[in-house]
Every structure is written in C-alpha cells, then in structure tokens.
Design a binder for this molecule. Structure first.
Ligand SMILES: [Zn+2]
Length: 133
C-alpha cells in the first residue's frame, strides 16, 4: 500500500542512491497531499524543517512507481540547490535553464525522467479522470 511510510522509505532510498554526498542538514518530511493534474510535487519550508509533498493521486497503483521516484528526485534536486533547505542557494530560480533535469541526467536518472515525461504526456490525463481517491 502506498502510504506516507512507504513514501518516506522511497525518499530515503533515492537519497542514498542518487544523492549520496548531499548532506541532510535538517529534518525532511514527506507526505502525500493534494490532488492535481499539473503539480506532481513540491518542496516547502516548515520552520527549520523541509516538507516534500507528493500528489495524492499517485497513491493509485496504476501510476507507475518511476513517476513517484522521478518526482521525489526532482524535489531533492531543489533541496540540494538550496531551495527550502539549509544548504547554500546555488541558483536564483529553481527551474531556470532546465537545471533540475540536467542534474537528474547527470546523476544517471535520465532514463526514468524520459519514461516519466512520456507517461505524463500520453497516459496521465486519461488516468487522472478516473482515479477515485
Ligand atoms: Zn520543481
């Protein structure tokens, strides 16, 4: 079952695998929240902690796990770039010049990213209409 504990374990695995040298400078919470067609995830500050929110509709098992993995990895790139994290801010704007995708590709996540983009373009809107959560 995809719940917040499952999500937390996934985040920790992705952190270890993809971002091993990135320090955890604070508590990073993760949970499913919101139902959105366009927003897959976001990262925000909550006091001194960071909070990553993942689209609740992704609890549905028909949403491939690589979509959730890619979304978590995307938010961790924001964290490592110093957005809503205690790490030094590396850029002015979180998405300018495709910096998130570039970082993911550099870290070997390009294939997942490609799968996610194809899914988002061809499958997601149809599925979005029929998910009941
Ligand atoms: Zn982003």
């Amino acid at each position: 079952m995809r719940d917040d504990i499952w999500l937390k374990e996934k985040l920790e695995k992705i952190w270890e695998l993809l971002f091993p040298e990135i320090p955890k400078g604070n508590n990073v919470h993760v949970k499913f929240k919101g139902k959105s067609l366009r927003r897959f995830g976001c990262i925000k500050s909550k006091g001194k902690d960071s909070l990553i929110e993942i689209n609740s509709l992704f609890k549905d098992e028909r949403v491939p796990e690589y979509v959730i993995d890619t979304t978590l990895a995307h938010e961790l790139v924001h964290y490592m770039h110093g957005f809503h994290s205690p790490l030094p801010r590396k850029y002015q704007h979180p998405h300018k010049g495709g910096i998130v995708d570039k970082e993911l590709i550099k870290r070997g996540f390009g294939y997942n990213l490609k799968l996610e983009k194809v899914w988002a373009k061809n499958q997601w809107e149809k599925l979005f209409k029929i998910i009941k959560i």
